[in-house]
Ligand binder design. Sequence first.
Ligand code: ZN
Length: 709
Amino acid sequence: MSRHRPFVAALLLGAAACGKSDQPMAFSQSNPFAQPSTLPFQAPPFDKIHDGDYQPAIEEGMRVQLAEVAKVAGDSAPPTFENTIVAMEKTGQLLTRAANVFGAITQANTNDDLQKLQGVLAPKLAAHYDEIHMNAALFARVKAVYDARASLDAGKRFLAERYYKDFVRAGALLSDTDKSRLRALNEEESKLTTDFQNRLLAATKAGGLVITDKAELDGLSGGEIAAAADAAKQRKLDGKWVLPLQNTTQQPAQVSLGNRATREKLFNASINRAEHGDANDTRATIERLAELRAQKAKLLGYPTYSAYSLADQMAKTPERAIKLMTDMVPAVMAKAKSEAAAMQKVAAKDHVTLAPWDWQYYSEQVRKSAYALDDAEIKQYFELDRVLKDGVFFAANKLYGLTFKERTDIPVYQPDVRVFEVFDADGKSMALWYADYFKRDNKSGGAWEDNFVLQSGLLGQHPVAFNVCNFTKPAPGQPALISHDDVVAMFHEFGHALHEMLSNVKYPLIAGTSTTRDFVEFPSQFNEHWADEPTVFANYARHYKTGAPMPAELVARIKKAGTYGEGYATLEYIAAALLDQAWYTLPADAPQQDVDKFEAAALKRFKVDYALVPPRYRSSYFAHIWGGGYSAGYYAYLWSAVLRDDAFYWFKEHGGMTRENGQRFRDMILSRGATEDMDAMYRAFRGRDPSVEPLLIERGLKAAAKDKK
Ligand SMILES: [Zn+2]
């Protein structure tokens, strides 16, 4: 349920180009992106947009933006906030208009031509943004505004600082010698990152467990065995079975594999996948990557890479991110150990002493006997349209005063997409929101939120936001009945949309969801809480045929099962997140580390070395931190979750779900984008620093800690 970042990331993550792309049409004023849309809220004119319109609009958009930037950089007037920062904020509007829609469509409703085009445009866009950041004349003006920032009001000062820091973090202040050293390190880093990704991809593929005797697959369903036979066929291992590896330490098949020896083999295949000393071994690559990033951080003036990475995040320092997790370790460890004790009782009947490869299997045994939840029974109470209107919209009305009206006259990119106009408490029309809920073959997996039009006072833009999910589409004429997880996903993604739609910010760079990585999942996760709030739940959870409320006994069973397994889930996550911090808090002068020794020592040092709960990713296959965008940033998921529960407890302490409380949250968090330091913004709302206590209670971890004392 992660939120996809805006178009640049979407484009850069796109498929590589293959074959030749069609000749782009020339850009002309008849291109549907040439002018702001005349539809309400500048909604994209999907009735006029064709696949051939994107490339000319985006390429013209880049050309126009570079010309606009050159004008700002070459201004003969002395640099001011207006003629430099504000002028920069106004650049690139054609590019943004076209690229926002292109990014959205290539994720939610793509085709082969658009995928190819994505591969063509991604490197061009990356180079485009590099060119802006490396413009020395522009940086000189930004620096002049920054140096005189004492004369600016707080909002302008914050934005000037943000511009300056973004340039500096890219190396703008370095001497020419150091700039070329940084460029060399960047180049090596980029090469090593790709090298890591390629090795891991090959290692994961080669690491799949090959089975020659079908009896070893006991416990798997017919469908799962057929899939394993198919996976073998694809590897030209006809007549055998293959259990392919997922990216995490624990594998889905562990839940049902009754054959203990197979579980053990699969577990070992997973944790050793990238440590066989062959061409797919990633250890030498990550040893150098850790060292190189420490050197890069030192060049940019930071003691460690984590210090560099976290300086512009809410956490600010590695110490704060680490403390969040280590403070939690005793309670989490106690909960995991109590889960293990419950499972050991069941395992003893099989004469088994629990090992890490047994955890998922016995956890499922306990879950089935203790909670007996039947998905089909539950779904009858979650009809999509009712969840949306009587749940999601109902909560937004009670908290923020919003009302919603479906618009069937606004063009959409696919017939299943629905559009709603959003009205403020005073009845004023304020935004558009699109919902694209059903799974399609041409849609990426998962769920996300983004915007077609970003709110900005400076540009006179009102928000046009959208949510995309992958719910199963019902047969024609049948109601869409969804799972409890799907209900939570609807509230989650709508929480991002609220952050987008309630934004009341002047400058686009810091509007809506443009916050730090460790804050952006806070409003969305926070909104999940209202799904289970009793008055909201009672309002939407009704039988799709009879309208009867969900029986209290079933509600209680769902609630009880909610925190089951949190000990394991939280501990494996924290172990991985602390491992991430251990690697990236190495100073530049530390010698290269032996991966396995370093990992074992780090887990021990942080007191998360519990053999039954290995880290969610071991160093050698931790793609988030070596190949993805989460180097020193894996903690961010938990950081946002702490804010979610802590903010929810503020509501609990102040009368719960009232319009007044909602307005306060709206005024102090949801409307403010990134207009000040996220830490200060949160502290102003909460009256203190975030506390981890509410999360411990919500995950059933606090009670476990008390039991132990
Ligand atoms: Zn999210």
